[in-house]
Structure formats: C-alpha cells, structure tokens
Design a protein around this ligand. Structure first.
Ligand SMILES: [Zn+2]
Ligand SMILES: [Zn+2]
Length: 304
C-alpha cells in the first residue's frame, strides 16, 4: 500500500497556525487519514490534490482524533467523493458537539487555574478569544464510530493510542503508522500522560511514524526524545514543588512566565500541560496538593 503525505495549509484567513499532515493511502481501498481545516482555499486545494492522485473515488476518511484541524475539511471531502468518515467512539463526542466539548475542557482548566493563582480577568479574555475561534472554525460532521478498524485482511488496521485525546488512534500499514498528534517532533499536547507514555511505547514497534504536524515521518529516536522531553518536564515539576508551589508558580517556572501574560489565550496550553504533569505525579504518589499548593516528596523520578 502506498502512503502519500498531503500537507494541508492552515487557512491564512484564520491567522497563523500549523499545516495539518493528511495522508492518502492507496491499496484495494483508498483512504484519506485526517483532512485539515475547512476553508474555501482548502476545499480547492484538497480537491486538486485528490484529483491529481486519481483519488476522487475515495472510500474512507479515517480520523486519528476529533480535533478541528484533523476533521473539519472532511464534510466537504465526503460531499465530493462519497467517502465514509470514521472516528474512534471515544472521540466521537467531539464531532457531535465540538463547542460543548471544548467549553467544558476550558472551564475545567480555568477553575484549576484560578484556584492556582491566575488572574480571572486574563482567563476570561482567553475564554472569549478561544471560544470565538472555535465557533468560527466549527463544522458539523457526518461520521461513523468505530472501536477497531481492520481492512484488507489486516493490512490496514487501527491502533488505539490515547494520551493526546482519549480516542486517538494510529492507522497501521505494515511497519508504518499514521499517528495523528500522539507524537509530534519536540512535544505534543497531552490530556493523560500515563496513557501518552503507553502509546509512545506502542509506537516503538513501527519503523516509520507519520505525524499529524511538522516533520514526518518520525523515527524511533524521535519517540525516545519525546519521552525524554516529558520526563525532564516531570523532573522540573518535582524540583519546582520541592518547597511547595501554586499551579501558577509551576507554569511560570516551566514556561518562563512574562511572555505568557501578554496574550492570555497562550496561557491555556501551558496550564493544560502542567496540570497533566501534576496529575501524573500525583497518581504516582510523588506530589500532593495541600490547600492551593503542590508539594513534592522526591527531587527526581529516578530516586523512587
Ligand atoms: Zn490534536
Ligand atoms: Zn493537530
């Protein structure tokens, strides 16, 4: 089976953002893994790309996860090709109600951030900016849910890779896997770090790991580096909380505070990551929350 990368631009009318790597798979069936963000320019772009590849008879659009930058162009592609769009059942609530899902994710973070010492006014500004952007980009989608995919006698199959989102999957073809946002060069957004570590472990059996953004394919060494990045972040959190620290103090230590304050919405991902690190360490019994402060019991993961 042939895998072709299609780098779908971030539409300039929405400002600055990263291109999404979509992948066309051609075997007995034709499938597009991920799609990019819907916009007039991207509609023209993707139609041209599919036409060039002789793939307007696409059978499937397989989504690695339910984020807008991966699914939203899908509805248009479906209307042009008749392909069936499919997503893991655990990420399907995002496609059913993206705004609601996004809003509850935001509110949970906001409440923790305010408790952890962040200014409620800044977070309100962030909420307005992020929710406006999400409503502008949101698209309804027609899709089917799956638990597992197995096509062409197992030559194309799904691998559950939670960590970035609960229902993230990789699409495995031989010793290659298209892995969405579970592994991106350098770092990636995590919702559950324990799951993320397990998923990175699963990726190690593949020789080529096709990422959802940036450089692709990644190799085994890139996965090791990503793991190393998360481990050094955890160590930083342990050191930052040795004498007790609020969530804000930890975020500032990890992300060098001042630049974060100018654009409130840029605070949200650092807060998300830091909360994920704290949850992981708490579950490992290495940190504890006392009142509004986090306290660590160890300086380093390795001295456990
Ligand atoms: Zn994503
Ligand atoms: Zn993405």
């Amino acid at each position: 089976m042939k895998i072709t990368k299609i780098s779908v631009p971030f539409p300039i009318e929405y400002g600055y953002g990263r291109a999404t790597n979509a992948y066309l798979i051609e075997g007995e069936t034709k499938a597009l893994v991920d799609t990019g963000i819907d916009s007039e320019s991207n509609r023209k772009f993707i139609k041209r790309e599919l036409e060039k590849a002789g793939a307007l008879d696409l059978n499937f659009i397989l989504l690695t996860h339910g984020h807008l930058d991966h699914y939203s162009l899908g509805t248009y592609i479906q209307s042009e090709t008749g392909a069936t769009m499919m997503i893991h059942e655990l990420d399907s609530p995002m496609l059913e109600d993206y705004i609601g899902h996004y809003f509850s994710w935001f509110c949970e973070l906001r409440d923790q951030a305010i408790e952890g010492g962040f200014d409620p006014g800044l977070l309100e500004e962030a909420r307005i900016k992020l929710m406006t952007a999400a409503s502008m980009l949101f698209k309804t989608a027609i899709f089917e849910k799956f638990n597992e995919i197995n096509l062409e006698c197992g030559a194309l199959r799904s691998v559950h890779l939670p960590g970035h989102t609960e229902g993230s999957v990789g699409i495995a073809i031989g010793d290659s896997v298209i892995s969405g946002d579970v592994a991106i060069e350098g770092s990636t957004v995590v919702t559950d770090l324990r799951q993320e570590f397990e998923s990175l472990e699963k990726l190690k059996v593949f020789s080529k790991i096709y990422a959802g953004h940036e450089r692709t394919p990644l190799l085994r060494g890139d996965i090791d580096s990503l793991e190393g990045h998360f481990i050094s972040r955890l160590e930083e959190v342990l050191r930052a909380t040795r004498k007790g620290a609020t969530l804000k103090e930890i975020v500032v230590t990890l992300y060098r505070g001042s630049a974060l304050e100018n654009q409130p919405y840029k605070l949200i991902l650092p807060i998300n990551q830091t909360v994920a690190y704290l949850r992981y360490l708490e579950a490992e019994g290495l940190v504890e929350k006392r009142g509004k402060r986090w306290i660590s019991f160890k300086d380093s993961l390795s001295t456990r």
